[in-house]
Write a protein that binds this ligand. Structure first.
Ligand SMILES: C[S@@+](CC[C@H](N)C(=O)[O-])C[C@H]1O[C@@H](n2cnc3c(N)ncnc32)[C@H](O)[C@@H]1O
Length: 202
């Protein structure tokens, strides 16, 4: 499901600054949920619509995906969500300690080769950043279709300072504080199981 490059995306996000959050402005938001690797923005937009009292920030490094998300935020007049067009690796270290209400990782790229393990969004260095930026009691919620990434992440997370709240091998999608993503819709239509982990920062 590689997203085909769209030349309109970059000018669109440059023009629509009202839905974008420059990465050095993230600390100006006090209470927000962060989705890392927000893809084309379906989850971000629907979470924002269904939870108008909460604020959401999506982070996406692919320009075309960022363009699709910005378009949804503009056209659906979403006021309680913004998009950061950036690589999480560079931006997470700049976020204030204990400032994020929750983190969603939805269908993160699996990076199956061992030599690329550091790029996985559940690798050790990312987990340490999540632990640093989450508020006490806040959750890290990870959904995937990829069994190998799920078991790799579960093992790392069990050995981390996070408290494991839920390890679900057949998540039915029934959670009021969740929305289906583009990738999830595709996997569910093929009958593939969806795995989910919920972790809490103690
Ligand atoms: C497999 S797609 C899933 C998209 C969406 N979350 C969904 O479930 O439909 C993973 C997305 O994460 C983005 N991504 C991967 N690593 C990232 C990083 N380090 N920083 C920001 N975005 C990242 C990719 O560009 C891609 O859009």
């Amino acid at each position: 499901m590689r997203t085909k490059y769209k030349p309109w995306a970059k000018p669109y996000i440059e023009e629509h600054t009202e839905v974008m959050c420059p990465f050095d402005m993230m600390n100006s938001y006090k209470d927000y949920y962060l989705e890392i690797g927000s893809g084309k923005g379906q989850f971000l937009v629907n979470m924002a619509k269904n939870h108008p009292d909460c604020f959401f920030i999506g982070m996406e490094r692919n320009v075309t995906c960022a363009g699709f998300t910005a378009k949804k935020l503009v056209e659906q007049e979403i006021n309680n969500a913004k998009l950061v067009y950036a690589n999480a690796e560079q931006v997470l270290p700049l976020i204030n300690e204990g400032s994020v209400n929750g983190i969603f990782l939805n269908f993160s790229d699996p990076w199956p080769k061992k030599r690329h393990a550091k790029r996985r969004l559940t690798s050790d260095s990312f987990l340490n950043q999540y632990l640093r930026i989450l508020k006490k009691g806040a959750k890290l919620i990870f959904k995937t279709d990829n069994y190998d990434l799920f078991t790799y992440s579960l093992e790392l997370l069990e050995n981390s300072s996070f408290k494991l709240v839920e390890a679900n091998y057949s998540y039915d999608g029934k959670d009021n504080f969740d929305e289906i993503t583009e990738y999830e819709a595709d996997f569910r239509s093929q009958g593939q199981p969806i795995y989910r982990l919920i972790l809490e920062k103690l």
